[in-house]
Design a protein around this ligand. Structure first.
Ligand SMILES: *Cc1c(COP(=O)(O)O)cnc(C)c1O
Length: 426
């Protein structure tokens, strides 16, 4: 079979099934084209994308500005490694650090690599600046976290599917309940070896779990008091997804472009990925001020592809689009509308218990057991009706469309979702 030959959905699925490792369980939609909020399958059926590649495609599919920058750079210079300088990395670092208000940026490729980078940075800071004795540093993490798939990261996961039979596990992590400030206080107080607190401002993979108002702020204050680094994993929540440039911006009233307000929480270490790429090309980054990033010296850390010229221009274009098109503002407004519409439906529904989220990172909780197939069945029906979404944990369905959606499209999607859900009412 020629690679250019047209393929049916059935054949594409069969190929992946036979030749690919079975490390995912995809919805049976075989996509061959995307534009803005839409994707098309190989048979030509059009869908609203309500996952956005787990929030990597915030700027919409194939955004011309991002693709243009990528193609142009790809025809000029693709990779130098960091053995030499390139003429765009510095510009990206300047742009991103000014946007997020940190002194320095360390570029990587994927979210998991950026999390690993943040953990190494935190540990090195702990030994060299805080004075924790060698190999004693501990980092506090939260139950039901999702930070990626490396051996160290899954070591502090509590998801048996992600963890089982991948041991021995990496030491040095203490797990506490999410959204429980007393648990954090207990873990931090009376333990001089705590180096950092790694947290998702909203737990995305866990089912879009939004912590109580004031939790992050109180957590940051505790960290400050005990000289513990507050590490925000904004790989999924960052870059306008939750209606602010960052979820840690909280209710800072700026809502969008060129924020000059004071964020609710200013992390010591900020981890970005996913939408920093506009969905075009892997780009991730760790940001911190000099007092922390200064501990990293030549040879301590690196990546062949991290900070490559294509990634640098893609990262800049991805941030440009977020600012130019005021995507944070749009996500904020459409998110309010989406939850209001869904809540109206839920008031008379026995299949959906609740909708929760911030901006355009939302989830509905299906009224069925964790083990039931109802959420999957609903996603299959949504697919038939022209909208792609995926269950997260058992009976939860995440709704995260590209942020370039307009109000008319959102209401169209609400109509598809409510029509589909009605067919499942008991
Ligand atoms: C997706 C995700 C990661 C991992 O990113 P990859 O690019 O898949 O390695 C880390 N943290 C959070 C919160 C994520 O959502």
């Amino acid at each position: 079979m020629s690679v250019l030959e047209k393929i049916t959905s059935e054949d594409a699925i069969a190929l992946e099934d036979k030749y690919g490792a079975h490390n995912y369980h995809p919805l049976p939609a075989v996509l061959s084209r995307g534009e803005g909020v839409f994707v098309w399958d190989v048979e030509g059926k059009k869908y609203y994308d309500f996952l956005s590649a787990y929030s990597a495609v915030n700027q919409g599919h194939c955004h011309p500005k991002i693709v243009g920058a990528m193609v142009n750079q790809a025809q000029t210079l693709t990779l130098t490694s960091r053995a030499f300088y390139n003429d765009v990395l510095g510009k990206f670092e300047k742009y991103a650090t000014e946007t997020f208000k940190f002194d320095k940026l360390l570029p990587m490729n994927t979210g998991a690599e950026a999390v690993e980078t943040a953990l190494k940075l935190c540990r090195k800071w702990a030994y060299e600046k805080k004075g924790i004795p060698e190999n004693k540093a501990q980092i506090i993490v939260c139950e039901n976290n999702f930070h990626g798939r490396t051996t160290t990261i899954i070591s502090f996961s509590n998801d048996p599917v992600a963890r089982t039979n991948f041991g021995p596990y990496t030491d040095g992590f203490i797990k506490i309940e999410y959204d429980n400030i007393e648990a954090l206080r207990e873990a931090i107080e009376n333990n001089a070896n705590i180096a950092g607190f790694l947290v998702e401002p909203i737990q995305g993979e866990a089912g879009v779990y939004v912590p109580s108002e004031g939790y992050l702020k109180a957590a940051k204050e505790l960290c400050e008091k005990h000289n513990v680094l507050f590490i925000a994993d904004e790989v999924q929540t960052g870059i306008a997804r939750t209606g602010r440039l960052l979820a840690t911006c909280g209710n800072c009233s700026c809502a969008d472009k060129h924020c000059s307000g004071t964020p609710e929480v200013k992390p010591d270490i900020l981890i970005l990925g996913k939408a920093l790429s506009g969905g075009a090309y892997p780009v991730s980054a760790v940001l911190a001020n000099d007092a922390i990033m200064g501990v990293i010296q030549p040879g301590n850390h690196g990546s062949t592809f991290g900070g490559n010229p294509i990634a640098a221009v893609v990262g800049m274009a991805a941030l440009d689009v977020v600012k130019d098109e005021e995507l944070a503002q749009n996500a904020f407004e459409l998110g309010e509308l989406f939850r209001a519409e869904l809540n109206t439906f839920i008031a008379n529904s026995n299949i959906v218990n609740a909708v929760r989220g911030k901006g355009l990172l939302n989830a509905i909780l299906i009224n069925d057991t964790e083990e039931s197939s109802t959420a999957w069945d609903i996603c299959m029906a949504l697919k038939e009706n022209g909208l792609l979404a995926k269950p997260t944990h058992g009976n939860i369905i995440r709704f995260a469309p590209p942020l370039v959606m307009n109000k008319e499209q959102l209401l169209d999607c609400v109509a598809i979702i409510t029509k589909t859900l009605k067919a499942f009412e008991k």
